[in-house]
Design a protein around this ligand. Sequence first.
Ligand SMILES: Cc1cc2nc3c(=O)[nH]c(=O)nc-3n(C[C@H](O)[C@H](O)[C@H](O)COP(=O)(O)OP(=O)(O)OC[C@H]3O[C@@H](n4cnc5c(N)ncnc54)[C@H](O)[C@@H]3O)c2cc1C
Length: 448
Amino acid sequence: MTPKHQVGLFWFNNDLRVADNHALEQASREVEQLICIYCLPPSANGKKGPSSPSGHRLQFLKESLIDLNSGLNTLGQNIEVYFAPPLETIAQLITQYDIGALYSSSSADYYVNTVWQLLRQRYSMIAFNQVNSSSLFDPEQLPFSLNELPDSFSKFRRKVEPIEVRSPLATLASLPPRPSNATARQWQQQFPAFENNPAPLFKGGERSAADHLQGYFARGLASTYKETRNGLDGMDYSTKFSPWLANGNLSPRIIMQALREYEQSVEKNDSTYWIYFELLWRDYFRCYAQKYGKRLFTLGGINQRKPATSFYPERYQKWCQGNTPYPIINACMKQLNTTGYISNRGRQLVASCFVHELNLDWRYGAGYLEQQLIDYDVASNWGNWQYLAGVGADPRGHRQFNLAKQTQTYDPDELFINKWAGNDCSPVLDSVDAADWPILDSTKAPKI
Ligand SMILES: Cc1cc2nc3c(=O)[nH]c(=O)nc-3n(C[C@H](O)[C@H](O)[C@H](O)COP(=O)(O)OP(=O)(O)OC[C@H]3O[C@@H](n4cnc5c(N)ncnc54)[C@H](O)[C@@H]3O)c2cc1C
C-alpha cells in the first residue's frame, strides 16, 4: 500500500458537488488532511469585461458554493473560496501547508488545464491527480485516443454507444479533516456584488439539482422529450439539467442512472433514448475542447479557415439588446438577458443570425453567451458556436437557419415573440453606411 500524503489540496472547478465526485473520492482515500478550495474565475473579480459573468451566473454560482459548503460540512470539511487567480493561490497554499498531493476533476477548460500544467512543471515533488468526474465515459473506456477523436459527432456516437456508462459512486461517509492550523475564511461577504434576481429560474446547488432530477422523471416528462425538445419557452419542454451540469452540481452518470431506472419502471422509447443522445453531444464537445485546446477560441476554428467577416458595433449591440429587425431573435435575446437561459432552438437561431444575417465574427457572439448563460460551459458553448459558424465539427459546414420559416414552425402564433416583445424593435439593421454616413429612410428623407 502506498503511504498516505500528509496534506492534500482539492481544487474545485466545474464539479461543485460531493456526490459521484471521483477526484474527491480519491483524495479522501489518499491524504490524512485536506484543504478544499475554489478560485473565482479572474473574469468575475474586479472590473467588468467582455467575459465577466452576469448576475444570473454569479447568483447560481454563489448558491452552488454555499450548498457545496453544507455538503462538505456533513463530511467534516468546508470550502475555501479565493478571489484571486488559481496559479498564485495554489502556489501560496502549497508552500504554506507543505502540500503533498493536488487533486482536481479533469477539465475541458483550456485556462484550468494551462494552470494545472504550469503547477505541474513548477512542483515536480508533488503528486498531481486529475480524475474524470464529469463525463459519461472515462478516457480509458474510449476506443480512440484524444488525438484520434472522430471529426464528426455521428462517428463519435457510433463508436461510444456500445460502451457501458459506469454507475455513480457510493456516497462518501467522511473526508479527511482540515489541518488544525488552517483557519476558515469568511468568503461569502467578499463575493462580488451582483444584481439579485428574486425569482430565478434555477437555484444552484447539489440539493436543488437532485430535487429537479427527481421531479423531472416523476412527472413523466422524459416520455415526450423528443417531441417537445424544440420548444422556446417554459420549464418542461426540455430537461433543464444544463445549469446544474455546467456547474457540476449534477453528474451525467447520476442522470443516466435515473434515466435507466425510468426506462425500466415506466417507459423506454425514442424520447428516453434522445436524452442519452444529447448527453453524448455534451461528452463529444468535452473531448473536442480537450483535443483542440486554444483553437476552440480562434476565428478560423479547428481547421484554421477564417470566415470572411467584419465587426459592426451597432449590429452587435442591437443583437445583444434584442433590437434587430428579426422578432424571433429579439425575443430570444430578451429572454436570455432577463433569465440567463434560452432554449437549444433559440441558441441555434441567435447564433445563425449573428453569423449570417449580421455577418459578425462568431467569437463575439460566443463571448456574449459566455457572459449571460447560467449554464455556460466552455466546451458546449464554444463547440456549438464553431459548429454553427462553419469552422468546427459540422460535416455540412455552413448552417443558416431561415428565420421566417423557423418562426412559422416553432412560434406560429407568435406567442413567444409577443411575450418577449420581439416586435418592439429597430426596423433597420444599420443607421450608417460603410463610410459612417447616416442611412436615411427614403420615405422620410428631405426633398432636395
Ligand atoms: C450556440 C449554442 C451555445 C450553447 N451553449 C451551451 C452552454 O454554454 N452550455 C451548455 O450546457 N449547453 C450549451 N448549448 C447546448 C444546448 O443548447 C444546451 O445544453 C441546452 O439547451 C440546455 O438545456 P437543457 O438542459 O434543457 O437541454 P436538453 O435538451 O434537455 O438536453 C439534455 C442535456 O444534453 C446536453 N446537450 C443538449 N444539447 C446539447 C448540445 N447541442 N451540445 C452539448 N450538449 C448538449 C446538455 O448537457 C443538456 O443539459 C449551446 C448550444 C448552442 C447552439
